[in-house]
Design a protein around this ligand. Structure first.
Ligand code: SF4
Length: 201
């Protein structure tokens, strides 16, 4: 069972395989693993103590960044993830990033932005589309048309607690007009905007 893995010299944590979306471009549809991980499919979710034990075996200061990502949405385990961030903060000065679909509030059934306070350096949120309908067509979220407004709301709120907030789109089949529209939305939230390259099979 792969709990932590490296990619591009950075250290990643694979917390869960759960996710409320089924995005057309999801890396999980390409193969079992990325980086030096043969498979990111979990037989069961590791406990937070098991994850911390795994992280403790690594020299955290040897990596430029720790990223919560993996084959699932990390905020499906929000409390465990933030507990781990606290442990890492006490043990190291490594920068901490969370890659998320931005649906934490809907997943956890409450406003969650303030819970990130002081625990995360960068949060990278997938925007993917400029309207709720386009988002749903691409990401097939269990939250339907509520998903995109919740992502934008979370983005605005988490910017108060996390120093760097990035909204991103994957450039697969996106028109320049749609990219410009996404950038406009991102600017309204105060987040940075980034275009990510689509990874082919
Ligand atoms: S939100 Fe992320 S993990 Fe979930 S389906 Fe989309 S790309 Fe995959």
């Amino acid at each position: 069972m792969t709990i932590t893995y490296t990619l591009g010299g950075k250290l990643y944590v694979n917390l869960t395989n759960r996710c409320p979306n089924a995005c057309d471009f999801c890396l999980r549809t390409h193969g079992p693993g990325v980086g030096d991980a043969e498979s990111l499919w979990l037989d069961r979710e590791p406990t937070r103590d098991e994850i911390w034990e795994d992280l403790s075996k690594r020299d955290l200061n040897a990596y430029p960044e720790l990223v919560f990502c993996g084959y699932g949405e990390p905020t499906c385990r929000l409390e465990d993830m933030l507990w781990l961030c606290g442990k890492v903060r006490q043990a190291s000065h490594i920068s901490i990033r969370v890659n998320t679909n931005g649906l934490s509030d809907l997943i956890n059934g409450r406003k969650t932005a303030s819970e990130f306070d002081g625990l995360v350096d960068i949060i990278s949120i997938s925007l993917n589309a400029s309207t709720p309908e386009k988002y749903q067509e691409l990401c097939h979220s269990q939250f339907g048309l509520d998903a995109l407004p919740a992502i934008l709301s979370f983005t605005r709120q988490v910017s108060v607690y996390v120093p760097q907030v990035v909204l991103s789109v994957v450039d697969k089949d996106m028109s320049q007009k749609e990219i410009a529209e996404c950038e406009r939305l991102a600017r309204q939230t105060g987040a940075l905007f980034r275009i990510r390259a689509y990874i082919e099979d």
